[in-house]
Design a protein around this ligand. Structure first.
Ligand SMILES: Nc1ncnc2c1ncn2[C@@H]1O[C@H](COP(=O)(O)OP(=O)(O)O)[C@@H](O)[C@H]1O
Ligand SMILES: CC(=O)N[C@@H](CCC(=O)OP(=O)(O)O)C(=O)O
Length: 290
């Protein structure tokens, strides 16, 4: 792997974010390719070297699905959330904290002693409560799915202050010690809000939030919180929890969220850097002040 990073080409354009925390959600659908993984790691390290404070929160839905398949276990989703039995939870934990996170930490640490992997369980990084789905106004039990209620900001700040890049797996720990499967977008949104991040970047496998999905492919370039709130009930599949997390992030004080196509190499650096060209993907912004 090349030791020369794109940061050398982009220093000025990251100046406005120097010293600021940027939370990056790396989704399973955008991490199925070795080249993309390497480019992603280069971009995160470039942000770090440019003086930003990146935090990675990762998913691994397709990788969990593949492992469930190998074990002959069923994969079922309701409103973009995986129905999680105790048996499924074991697989989620093993794949996220034991495989995907390790691979990401390994890629980042090819550049230096930067990345520290954490499961949301570690040091109570993510505290969670059981989350239900809602179908036709009825609460539906989807098993060990969690909603984040608290983030241990101190442990993340400690790592950041010492020049590390935290890499957090989207697993939550209940007050009762129960382990929960947290959607990775939900986890990233909660971490970004708790850290008061300047930006949340969500890398996925589509060009952004598309209008009229799946018929039209037109990407919404910019959406304010109030408009996104109106769109939320109409969103399907993984886009539901994703955009809900983006909304919570901006309502929780994050200045901007960018939903970007992670299938394109170096999408992260291009999306964070302020260039003169149009910003790719969908940008979610808070409502303007009254
Ligand atoms: N309005 C929409 N715009 C774009 N993608 C959408 C939309 N509604 C649903 N989707 C689906 O959401 C998927 C992204 O969510 P998800 O599968 O959870 O991705 P990730 O693994 O990156 O978190 C897309 O691949 C697409 O199939
Ligand atoms: C509750 C729930 O759905 N959890 C997700 C956690 C991983 C995830 O969100 O990964 P992606 O970001 O790659 O989709 C799951 O089990 O697939």
């Amino acid at each position: 792997m090349s030791g020369t990073l794109a940061v050398a080409e982009e220093p000025a354009s990251l100046e406005h974010l120097r010293g600021g925390t940027v939370v990056v959600k790396y989704g399973g659908s955008a991490m199925n390719d070795d080249g993309l993984g390497r480019a992603f790691a280069e971009d995160v390290v470039a942000l770090h070297r440019a003086g930003l404070r990146p935090v990675v929160v990762h998913g691994g839905g397709p990788q969990i699905g593949a492992q469930l398949g190998r074990l002959g276990l069923e994969a079922r989703f309701l409103q973009g959330l995986r129905v999680t039995t105790p048996e499924t939870m074991d697989v989620v934990r093993m794949v996220l904290a034991g495989k995907v996170q390790r691979e990401l930490v390994g890629l980042l640490n090819q550049h230096g002693p930067y990345a520290v992997g954490l499961s949301g369980e570690d040091a109570h990084t993510l505290t969670a409560v059981k989350r239900y789905a809602e179908v036709g106004g009825e609460r539906v039990d989807i098993g060990l799915v969690g909603e984040v209620t608290r983030v241990n900001v101190a442990v993340l700040e400690l790592l950041l202050d010492h020049g590390h890049i935290p890499v957090v797996s989207s697993i939550g720990r209940g007050e009762d010690g129960q382990v929960y499967n947290v959607n990775a977008d939900t986890a990233a949104g909660a971490v970004a809000a708790a850290l008061g991040a300047r930006m949340l970047v969500v890398l996925t496998d589509v060009p952004g939030l598309c209008r009229d999905w799946p018929r039209g492919g037109e990407v919404l370039e910019r959406v304010r919180a109030a408009e996104l709130e109106r769109l939320l009930p109409g969103l399907t599949g993984g886009m539901g929890p994703k955009m809900e997390a983006c909304l919570r992030a901006v309502r929780g004080g994050v200045a901007a969220v960018r939903v970007l196509d992670g299938r394109s190499p170096h999408a992260l650096l291009a999306g964070v850097a302020e260039t003169n060209g149009p910003t790719p993907g969908t940008t979610v912004l808070p409502d303007p002040p009254e």
